[in-house]
Design a protein around this ligand. Structure first.
Ligand SMILES: *[C@@H]1O[C@H](CO)[C@@H](O)[C@H](O)[C@H]1NC(C)=O
Ligand SMILES: *[C@@H]1O[C@H](CO)[C@@H](O)[C@H](O)[C@H]1NC(C)=O
Ligand SMILES: *[C@@H]1O[C@H](CO)[C@@H](O)[C@H](O)[C@H]1NC(C)=O
Ligand SMILES: *[C@@H]1O[C@H](CO)[C@@H](O)[C@H](O)[C@H]1NC(C)=O
Length: 502
């Protein structure tokens, strides 16, 4: 299926090449006709010349197929031959990006199935924001995206946490650690996310002293564990971390990308915990490929933390545990950076924290999506690419609309976000009460509904703001091109398993 699509794209491209050649030959055909009009006496000369052209054309075609054809057909070698990243949710092994295309470089056709449909009437189309570098899309091609400059401080030694930075909105948040079996209930199935009633859910949005659901809910005595089990040794290590960079690979979905060592300061190497969560299968796969943890449990800068008994069948959902709950998993941490395993960290974590949080006076930083700004669009795209059970997406979306989610409106002076759709592969957080509350609320949405967190981001943020009008939450939604400057993007090894669409 996918390879059909892929070959079609290839054909389209080859057709382009062929038609370009035909055009140039066409010009010469004009010349031929003109010559003919000029007189019959050259007829003899023209006939062999026409044959020349046919032969030349055949040769050119052959060369085109030989050069472009082989380059594309050997998937394993695509990585080095493509100068561009053509990003989408559908990923392909290999395929780096960073450098903008140079003149004469070959531009890759869109990857399997990731066709961006032209906007239909009534669909929202986001105009590019100032500073976003957008290459005009070619017909039927995906937009190309490039990094833009992030003005980091020169040296980690020069930066200091601002004095009154951490005294943002203050309250005390506690988390439900364990649920008991309700008396009288016969059927009780412990859940990692717990059993939150609608009423409790509503209450949980208030920024005030309270105890809320936030994953890691333990089962009562005598019941099976709710999962996400870590070794005591790892827990002890994690409890010492103050600043964390974390990532995860569940279900062999990615290769291991080590942070670019020369971009990481000695200070960060010594003081920042780099933790890669993975399941046992992924670790044995990596080991079989020659990546084995050393005696400290590290592969390069990454400390490998094995998670046993995954809490969800959907690997993507399991991936949301380390993504959203770093303040729970690292109880003494003050800052955390989440990086999706499809990316290689390419900048120093302390410089990242300084730029995106301290300098911007923010407690939570996430990038906006490179294409989409409206949840309506995101829903369509998720269905179009069969990202998840459509019924489940519809239920979630209908619920959000009934609870006040509106279309993104750029002209709305009151809008508090530059986009309602995030690109959540890179998140920078201070572990302040508001930031922790937001993380828990967002996690609870993913636990309750689909694992597609782009669908729940704006709803969660806007509801939190709505319910706490006098308690600011300092969120910095930065540009996608800046995200691209922090990390090098790769394609996933495979798509992690998720419940099949109906
Ligand atoms: C933070 O602390 C500073 C100095 O202690 C104070 O001036 C400022 O008003 C505080 N800000 C908040 C939001 O509490
Ligand atoms: C909230 O909790 C903090 C710390 O535990 C406490 O100092 C404060 O008085 C509490 N606020 C309210 C309104 O109960
Ligand atoms: C899709 O989601 C709906 C609603 O959540 C559920 O009833 C149905 O069983 C799901 N279908 C599949 C194939 O998982
Ligand atoms: C923007 O907010 C102000 C004050 O909260 C309100 O009066 C106004 O109606 C809002 N405008 C829109 C377009 O929602």
């Amino acid at each position: 299926m996918a390879s059909h699509k892929y070959n079609n794209d290839l054909l389209v491209d080859r057709r382009d090449i062929i038609s370009a050649i035909l055009k140039s030959v066409g010009r010469n055909e004009q010349g031929y006709r003109a010559g003919r009009r000029g007189g019959r006496r050259h007829g003899r000369i023209f006939k062999p010349r026409f044959l020349h052209w046919v032969l030349l054309l055949a040769l050119l075609l052959f060369l085109c197929f030989a050069v472009f054809g082989t380059k594309l057909d050997i998937h394993g070698n695509v990585e080095n031959s493509l100068p561009l990243l053509v990003e989408g949710h559908e990923q392909f092994p290999g395929s780096d990006f960073v450098t903008p295309p140079r003149k004469g470089d070959f531009v890759a056709p869109p990857w399997k199935g990731d066709f961006v449909a032209p906007p239909r009437k009534g669909n929202f189309v986001a105009p590019p924001r100032k500073g976003d570098f957008v290459v005009p899309p070619r017909k039927g091609k995906r937009k190309q995206h490039f990094p833009c400059e992030v003005q980091f401080s020169a040296l980690v030694d020069d930066i200091l946490e601002p004095k009154d930075y951490m005294n943002l909105t203050q309250f005390s948040l506690e988390y439900i650690d364990k649920e008991e079996k309700p008396s009288g209930a016969n059927l009780f199935e412990p859940r990692f996310g717990g059993h939150q009633t609608h009423e409790k859910r509503e209450q949980s949005f208030y920024a005030r002293n309270q105890t809320i659901h936030c994953g890691l809910v333990k089962a009562p005595q005598g019941f099976p564990s709710t999962g996400f089990e870590l070794s005591e040794n790892d827990k002890e290590y994690m409890s010492t971390c103050q600043v964390v960079v974390s990532s995860c690979i569940f279900g062999n979905s990615d290769f291991l990308r080590r942070p670019t060592s020369k971009m990481i300061s000695e200070f960060s190497k010594k003081n920042v915990c780099f933790v890669m969560f993975m399941d046992e299968d992924t670790l044995s796969k990596l080991s079989s490929e020659g990546h084995t943890p050393d005696e400290r449990g590290n592969i390069g800068l990454w400390r490998i933390v094995v998670v046993r008994n995954l809490p969800y069948l959907d690997m993507r959902k399991t991936g949301k545990v380390p993504k959203f709950l770093s303040h729970r998993l690292f109880p003494s941490s003050r800052y955390s950076i989440w990086i999706d395993s499809k990316m290689r960290l390419n900048a120093d974590p302390m410089l990242i924290i300084e730029f995106f949080l301290w300098r911007m006076k923010a407690e939570y930083a996430i990038s906006s999506h490179y294409d989409r700004r409206c949840v309506w669009e995101e829903v369509l795209q998720n269905k179009r690419l069969n990202k998840y059970n459509h019924t489940a997406i519809d239920e979630q979306f209908a619920f959000y609309k009934s609870d006040g989610l509106k279309k993104f409106d750029l002209s709305d002076q009151n809008t508090s976000l530059p986009s309602y759709v995030p690109e959540g592969s890179f998140i920078i957080r201070a572990h302040t009460p508001m930031s922790n509350l937001f993380s828990c609320l967002w996690f609870n949405e993913v636990d309750r509904f689909t694992s597609r967190d782009q669908l729940s981001f704006a709803y969660t943020y806007l509801k939190l703001r709505r319910m706490n009008p006098d308690k600011p939450f300092y969120l910095n939604m930065f540009k996608d091109c800046q995200r691209r400057a922090l990390a090098k993007l790769f394609h996933h090894r495979t798509e992690p398993s998720s419940p099949p669409p109906p």
